[in-house]
Write a protein that binds this ligand. Structure first.
Ligand code: BT5
Length: 274
């Protein structure tokens, strides 16, 4: 044994048979399971451009060059993570599209909460465990295709990652939060089921669906009520208290100069300093 005092959680391959059996029960979902992929968002984008129907889930057992937002990377050692992308073709009115990334974070957190984790979303969609440690990252990209615009929903979840494997000190994994973490196959199935259900309800509900999602998102979002620093995409920052998420999914920050609405940016939850 070379594992030392902290034993590594089980890290066999994803269970292909269990996955295909579960996907067979959902005719509106299909599975492309790859042993390795550079980025599942890249593969799913290619499939969307080829005209694949909504509901394709591209899963990489090991993702080699995961992408984050703004050209950042998402790092997942082999056997430790769940990495997948879903092709969606939303029919909700255009003003509701900005809610999709928030919906994804919200439902990933819900699935992890059902598994017993204290999972919350940092606006817009980082999933945090036990306070402020990031367990899952989400990258939603809009892609133009001959069949109309598609959304590529990429999700990465740290499942069996040990402390020495974490790419950044602000990260965590399910296994680190609780030793009896479920296996990657189970996490994948539960999260895909939660996303599918949340997405279907949102789509079917039209404007009311978005209003309901907004209410549920606001009541679970870890950012509201917190003092924050928002690093804006074009440079510059905003300091203040996060007071609301508006009807377009923007974060409302109360600053010394008044209320500002932010559509994109990296939020840092600032701790009160005594
Ligand atoms: C994200 O970006 O959080 C979106 C990550 C999306 C990854 C999924 S995996 C499946 C699909 N296919 C892809 O190619 N991507 C998606 P962002 O907010 O920019 O966060 C990236 C930053 O998080 C990095 O710069 C690191 O600081 C940190 N980071 C990298 N790997 C991490 C990990 N495994 N866990 C927690 N933090 C990580």
């Amino acid at each position: 044994m070379t594992d030392g005092p902290t034993q590594r959680p089980a890290r066999g391959p994803l269970d292909a048979e269990r996955l295909s059996e579960a996907f067979a029960l959902h005719p509106d979902l299909s599975l492309e399971l790859l042993a390795e992929a550079t980025s599942t968002n890249e593969v799913a984008t290619a499939r969307a451009r080829e005209g694949v129907a909504e509901g394709l889930v591209v899963v990489a057992d090991h993702q080699l060059a995961g992408r984050g937002r703004l050209d950042r990377t998402w790092e997942t050692p082999a056997g430790t993570a769940v990495t997948f992308s879903i092709v969606l073709r939303p029919t909700v009115p255009a003003p509701s599209w900005p809610w999709l990334p928030l919906l994804v974070g919200h439902n990933v957190a819900k699935a992890l909460a059902s598994l017993g984790y204290d999972a919350r979303v940092k606006w817009p969609n980082d999933v945090l465990l036990d306070g402020d440690r990031k367990v899952a990252g989400i990258l939603v990209e809009r892609v133009e295709t001959p069949q109309g615009p598609a959304a590529i929903v990429g999700v990465g979840i740290n499942v069996a990652t040990t402390a020495d494997e974490l790419p950044v000190p602000t990260a965590t994994s399910l296994a680190l939060a609780s030793p009896g973490a479920p296996d990657r196959t189970q996490v994948l199935l539960d999260v895909v089921a939660a996303l599918r259900e949340g997405y279907d309800v949102w789509q079917a509900g039209a404007e009311l669906g978005t209003a309901r999602l907004a209410t549920s998102y606001r009541s679970h979002c870890a950012t509201l009520g917190r003092d924050v620093r928002v690093d804006l995409p074009g440079g510059g920052e905003l300091l203040g208290r996060a007071v609301d998420v508006d009807e377009h999914g923007r974060l409302v920050v109360e600053t010394a100069e008044g209320r500002e609405k932010v559509g994109a940016g990296d939020v840092v939850h600032v701790r009160a300093v005594d």
